[in-house]
Design a protein around this ligand. Structure first.
Ligand SMILES: Nc1ncnc2c1ncn2[C@@H]1O[C@H](COP(=O)(O)OP(=O)(O)OP(=O)(O)O)[C@@H](O)[C@H]1O
Length: 284
């Protein structure tokens, strides 16, 4: 199987629960994709994400059925530590994944566990601290930091591992819009640079949409829409709302103009609006 992740007919029930949290999920994704996973609270996004590093079923238990391959591994037959260097996972609440008394240690720990040589560890930690604007905090305890800083440390400690598959569950919830945008910009850049598969769970569609190569919409434990960001969000607007850029592009289309946009980056959308105006669109 060539794809990074393959799931067919996957359903899951938490222990002691009568209703499935996931129902008949079919999903396939490749390295290099940045998949934005959206849907209302409780629809199953985090549950879906927990399969990727084997937390489901190895930690949560319950009943997981269907065909699953995560980079060739079936989480039901694979001990969780085997996913450590392969799948990077950032939880909703950063405090749950911070353990050490310095930011520097926090970043180095995972690499030490993978048996990476000390010089290489130092180089990668320095580079990552710089990238995330954390250099000045390197000797501080993560537990003394603000929620936003903790979130950056948690993300940096996952990214420093250069995972093949990256799962981010609300990675910018504690960040202001500008920091959130910068952070997701780094994630998108690294997804391309490392040719990772990134699954991003993010409520703030306006901010996240521009970085996605694909959008998956969940509702009530099912995937109800999946594909190109613009088409998918347009189709699932009754579930996810309609971000401004999407409305704008739809209005251009309604006016008989074909915008040339393959990703919903505001600059590209603005250029297309300008092109429409230059072609006399407003006068038609
Ligand atoms: N540990 C658990 N044990 C039992 N049921 C759970 C557990 N975690 C989640 N659920 C249930 O599974 C369903 C899906 O929850 P999940 O947290 O995956 O949704 P979500 O889309 O990630 O929500 P949110 O956006 O609020 O984080 C919900 O009905 C939830 O109550």
């Amino acid at each position: 199987m060539k794809s990074a992740v393959y799931m067919e007919g996957v359903s899951y029930k938490y222990p002691d629960s009568d209703t499935p949290a996931l129902r008949d999920i079919n999903f396939e994704a490749d390295f290099g994709e940045l998949v934005l996973l959206v849907g209302p609270s409780g629809c199953g996004k985090s549950t879906f994400a927990r399969i990727f590093n084997g937390l489901i079923p190895n930690f949560y238990g319950g009943e997981l059925t269907g065909r699953i391959s995560i980079a060739g591994l079936d989480p039901r037959k694979t001990p969780t530590p085997k996913f450590a260097g392969l799948v990077g996972f950032m939880f909703q609440n950063p405090e749950n994944q911070l353990f050490f008394n310095s930011v520097e240690r926090e970043l180095a720990f995972g690499l030490e566990n993978l048996g990476i040589p000390p010089e290489e560890i130092r180089r990668r930690v320095d580079e990552t601290l710089k990238e995330y604007g954390l250099e000045e905090l390197r000797h501080r305890s993560p537990f003394e930091l603000s929620g936003g800083q903790q979130q950056k440390v948690a993300l940096a400690s996952v990214m420093v591992m250069k995972p093949r598959i990256l799962i981010l569950d609300e990675p910018t919830a504690n960040l202001d819009p500008l920091s959130a945008m910068r952070t997701l910009g780094i994630v998108a850049k690294k997804t391309r640079e490392y040719n990772m598969l990134t699954i991003l769970i993010e409520h703030r569609l306006e901010i996240a949409l521009q970085f996605a190569t694909r959008v998956v919409v969940m509702l009530d434990g099912r995937i109800v829409a999946d594909g190109d960001p613009l088409d998918t969000v347009s189709k699932a607007r009754h579930i996810v709302g309609t971000p401004f850029v999407v409305r704008l592009l739809e209005e251009l289309k309604d006016a008989g103009f074909t915008p040339n946009v393959n990703r919903l980056v505001p600059e590209t959308v603005a250029t297309e609006v300008a092109r429409w105006l230059l072609e006399g669109g407003a006068e038609r």
